[in-house]
Design a protein around this ligand. Structure first.
Ligand code: NAP
Length: 318
């Protein structure tokens, strides 16, 4: 008979790790099933807006969250979940290698994956000059020429970080206004080795064994030009891969898992938190906050399931 957990948390980013900390402190037997630690947050080279830290890198922040969860009793399995289903009164998480795990409740916090540019050369040169992770790959581009594509905080962060390592950084954005924080925009505008290439899109990534250049189109003049670069950092947002839960919980138009204010999904006993859940703001602190909420909601659900009055968790008007 397989072990039955009180709670399985799918995904080990800030939401899932915080859920683990909160669930463990409520003495729920909980397991995090995740491909990696930290998710997208672990790829952010410099975080300046996580309260309590003037500056920290995403890898260290999320590794510390993991240690904290582990110290309170959270278990970890490094696997990818293929399918979530319901089996009588339990939930089943099945991994791509066929293992099955059972729990009384679930938190879905498996985050998002980088969006592709969908241009010729992108697939061919992935990991041969094309990358989606500045934090992981920037050191490979010391004194080289690189392009960063995108206009949000990820692209701005990547450009700023790369400007300290690479010889030159082209920041290519399809509009003239950036989506990211003004503080970051000011920073990159003040860097001598960052050149803004605005109102422009990448048309093709070219090379031999590795990336050598990119063709870009100026959307205003329709002019196509070629830039010699050694690397292309694609930072154009993320998509939700909701396939494991498509049959189980309601999704919105963008494939995000629909949640209410307390992280309940459409399926009682299943909660969701972080970037995978519906909501406009995708921030590390918000994901962590939702992870805490989801764990407290799961605890309350399990109390009710046992026939116990859902106890007041911390603060109540009653
Ligand atoms: P994002 O905010 O969605 O920005 C994506 C950028 O890529 C936008 O500028 C968008 O252009 C552009 N884009 C999208 N599809 C494109 C395409 N096919 N071709 C060319 N350009 C394309 O994504 P993000 O920057 O990854 O950030 C995601 C979330 O994480 C945000 O909420 C962000 O604030 C947060 N984040 C925060 C920090 C931080 O606080 N330090 C760091 C990283 C990320 P348009 O603007 O024209 O739509």
């Amino acid at each position: 008979m397989p072990e039955i957990y009180d709670l399985i948390i799918v995904g080990g980013g800030p939401a899932g790790l915080t859920a683990g900390i909160y669930a463990s402190r409520r003495k729920l037997k909980n397991l995090v099933i995740t491909k990696d630690i930290g998710g997208q947050a672990a790829t952010v080279p410099k975080i300046e807006n996580y309260p309590g830290f003037m500056e920290i890198d995403g890898f260290n922040l999320t590794e510390t969250m993991k240690k904290q969860a582990e110290a309170f009793g959270t278990e970890f399995i490094f696997q990818e979940v293929k399918k979530i289903s319901q089996e009588k009164h339990l939930f089943k998480a099945e991994t791509i290698t066929g293992e099955q795990y059972l729990a009384q409740s679930l938190i879905l916090s498996f985050g998002v994956t980088p969006r592709n540019l969908d241009v010729p050369g992108e697939v061919e040169f992935t990991n041969k000059g094309v990358t989606y992770c500045a934090n992981c790959d920037a050191p490979l581009y010391k004194d080289k020429i690189v392009a960063v594509v995108g206009g949000g905080n990820s692209a701005l962060d990547a450009a700023e970080y790369l400007s300290k390592i690479a010889q030159k950084v082209y920041l290519i954005h399809r509009r003239s206004e950036f989506r990211g924080d003004e503080v970051l925009v000011d920073k990159i505008k003040n860097k001598a080795n960052i050149e803004l290439v605005l109102n422009s899109t990448v048309q093709e990534i070219k090379g031999d064994k590795f990336v050598q250049s990119i063709n870009i189109e100026n959307l205003k003049t329709k002019e196509i030009s070629n830039l010699e670069v050694d690397g292309v950092f694609i930072e154009i947002g993320h998509v939700v891969s909701a396939d494991p839960v498509r049959q189980t919980v309601d999704l919105d138009k963008q494939n995000q898992i629909v949640i209410d204010d307390y992280c309940h999904t459409s399926q009682p006993g299943i909660f969701a938190a972080g970037d995978v859940a519906s909501g406009e703001y995708k921030q590390i602190i918000i994901a962590a906050g939702e992870g805490a909420k989801a764990a407290l909601s799961a605890y309350k659900y399990l109390q009710h399931k046992k026939g116990e009055k859902g106890e007041v968790l911390d603060w109540s008007l009653n």
